[in-house]
Design a protein around this ligand. Structure first.
Ligand SMILES: [Zn+2]
Length: 443
């Protein structure tokens, strides 16, 4: 089947394309971006993207699905459904399920469940250590053969430098990037929010920014020692940004991602003890948020990742000290990223690079993150002018833990195409897929 996405504005940083063109896809692959003036073929299905941005499909490097083990919070299918509703064509599933994804059997199970759902691509991330216990390296090679795209013990930091060194050396042999949740546990034990003025006012135990800085600096040093690639998950501190900036200047294989809540909110949001403001790393003070904006602006930050972390309402309604860390994020990330565009922090091309081009490169996802010839036909169609209000009641996720319910946003993903199939269409944009043959529409 041939499909023409016509009259859109194509933004593909991987090819340096930033212009109004038509895009032709066939059998799940990109045929080509048509040259200006090139006549589109006849007898194709036809999507009208007038006034919309056509981008390579967005790739989330950091999603927590809860299957296997806690399907009441999220299944692979419900998470994939939330993903495509938020504009993500690919999500990378963190291994902290029950059982942990530290074996080919769990890896294959995740892939099979995702194929059954037929929504987003779901690429598993394998555990770094067996059971993510931090003591014995997992069988990375076997998992890689079964389909993992990276390794991580996310949720927990890699506890010591010796283990991190061995993990980076071992992962390097399989061409796998190590993703680290950077936090020195000896500095954060018992902490529930950022350590600073607000933790004092609220009487909550704080986690100092230094706990993240120490681990990020450690990982940069070890990247130099081992030559292995490290990807810093959810950076949230000025010190982390500065260390990564220096590491990149030195040419070290270090990359990083930021989650929308960390650049959008500060620790002041914890004021009402709303557990939807409890996450790890915690919401930081304004100075750290400023540093994230600088990192987004100057390219130190490579990727936007959701850190989607669904939890059941019964758990999140516990008192602040006892509630679990994390919020959902798949359906709000793109709207919050557009906020950066409106504020002039980044431009549209950089938004696409942060959400698609760079994530594909960091995990080595072949033929994704671009609309080049023969790339997978994973496409995110965006309307930068769409005004909407996030209603958690309409969320596709099984969980409701978000601080962004009721937030007004401008800019949204309005259609999501995976492998050439339209898997999500914003209900207000049905006109764009009143697919008709080119011949009929031309008359
Ligand atoms: Zn994490």
């Amino acid at each position: 089947m041939k499909l023409l996405i016509a009259n859109g504005y194509i933004v593909d940083p991987a090819q340096g394309i930033n212009t109004g063109r038509d895009l032709l896809i066939e059998d799940g692959r990109v045929v080509s971006v048509l040259e200006r003036g090139q006549e589109a073929p006849r007898d194709v299905e036809f999507i009208d993207a007038t006034g919309l941005i056509v981008a390579p499909g967005f790739i989330d490097l950091h999603t927590h699905l809860r299957e296997p083990g806690a399907e009441y919070k999220e299944t692979i299918a419900s998470g994939a459904s939330a993903a495509v509703a938020g504009g993500w064509t690919t999500i990378c599933a963190m291994p902290n399920t029950d059982p942990v994804n530290d074996s080919p059997a769990v890896t294959r199970f995740i892939i099979e469940q995702a194929e059954r759902a037929q929504l987003a691509n779901v690429f598993p991330i394998g555990a770094l250590t067996k059971g993510s216990k931090g003591t014995e390296l997992a069988e990375m090679g076997e998992m890689k053969n079964s389909g993992i795209v990276a390794v991580s013990d996310d949720g927990r930091p890699v506890p010591n430098a010796e283990m991190m060194r061995r993990a980076m050396e071992y992962a390097r042999g399989f061409n796998l990037t190590v993703v680290d949740h950077c936090q020195d546990s000896s500095l954060t034990a018992g902490g529930v929010m950022h350590e600073g003025r607000w933790s004092l006012i609220l009487g909550l135990k704080g986690m100092p920014a230094a706990a993240e800085d120490v681990h990020v600096i450690r990982d940069c040093v070890l990247a130099k020692l081992t030559g292995g690639s490290v990807h810093i998950a959810h950076v949230s501190t000025r010190g982390a940004i500065e260390a990564i900036r220096r590491a990149k200047e030195m040419g070290l294989p270090v990359s990083c991602e930021v989650a929308p809540h960390h650049w959008t909110l500060t620790d002041e949001s914890v004021e009402d003890y709303d557990t939807n403001t409890k996450m790890s790393p915690p919401l930081r003070s304004q100075d750290h948020v400023d540093a994230l904006w600088e990192g987004l602006r100057d390219g130190t930050i490579d990727a936007i990742a959701t850190d989607h972390a669904p939890h059941h309402a019964d758990e999140k309604t516990l008192e602040f000290d006892r509630a679990p860390f994390g919020i959902t994020g798949l359906e709000t990330a793109v709207g919050l990223a557009f906020d950066l565009v409106q504020r002039g922090v980044i431009d549209l091309e950089r938004l696409v690079a942060l959400c698609s081009t760079n994530p594909a490169r960091i995990f080595g996802l072949k033929d994704r993150g671009t609309l080049a010839e023969n790339a997978h036909a994973d496409i995110t169609i965006l309307d930068p002018t769409c005004e909407w209000v996030f209603d958690v009641g309409a969320s596709k996720s099984k969980s409701r833990n978000t601080p962004f319910h009721g937030r007004s946003m401008t800019g949204a993903a309005v259609a999501t195409i995976v492998g050439g199939r339209v898997v999500y269409l914003n209900p207000n944009y049905t006109r764009i897929t009143e697919m008709k043959s080119r011949d009929a529409s031309a008359k």
